[in-house]
Design a binder for this molecule. Structure first.
Ligand SMILES: C=C(O[C@@H]1C=C(C(=O)O)C=C[C@H]1O)C(=O)O
Length: 173
């Protein structure tokens, strides 16, 4: 199982899907850094070539992790959609309130390397939770618990909560 990295002193998202939810929230948070790297540069939020690379990596690594590649790809399509929701929301916020825009612009390269490391951790966690996620009632309840506790503990605003809902919509199968 993956080490948790985003939790504050109050703890991590609760329950069997807590670690997976924690990683999903971390990936959404990296979307904030991606937005900061792109904002004001003319770089588009959506980069289909990079998305293809992310999904190729998922396909290649899912098989090795013992996961169904197409199910893993579907989960990562939701992660990408969630990242773009976050980025579009932040662009709109920073355009309307320039004082809230980030003062410094990070490099996209190292941020994408972070996303690539998160891909592996997320695939491992999908594998660790695979049987459990097939229990319809338990999974739905566990996902609700992990999502609500994670959103509260990690102080997600409305935008990031919306991204979290999108990112977790195919977790239970
Ligand atoms: C995160 C980025 O923005 C978008 C979202 C992606 C993702 O979530 O992996 C990939 C490409 C972009 O469409 C990025 O450009 O790296």
């Amino acid at each position: 199982a993956s080490a948790r990295t985003t939790a504050g002193p109050l703890g991590a998202p609760l329950g069997r899907l807590g670690p997976l939810t924690d990683l999903v929230i971390e990936r959404i948070r990296v979307g904030d850094d991606v937005a900061a790297a792109k904002f004001g540069t003319g770089a588009p939020i959506e980069d289909p070539v990079r998305e293809g690379q992310v999904l190729d990596q998922v396909r290649a690594q899912a098989g090795a992790a013992g996961l169904d590649p197409e199910a893993a790809v579907a989960f990562f399509r939701d992660q990408i959609t969630a990242s773009k929701i976050t980025q579009r929301g932040l662009f709109a916020r920073w355009t309307a309130h320039p004082g809230e825009a980030p003062a410094t612009r990070p490099d996209l390269g190292p941020i994408r390397a972070r996303l690539d490391r998160l891909t592996r951790a997320l695939l491992d966690e999908l594998k660790d939770t695979e049987r459990w996620r097939a229990e319809p009632v338990g999974c739905a309840a566990g996902l609700a618990l992990a999502g609500a506790s994670g959103a509260a503990l990690e102080h997600l605003d409305v935008l990031h909560r919306r991204a979290l809902r999108t990112a977790t919509r195919s977790v239970c199968h």
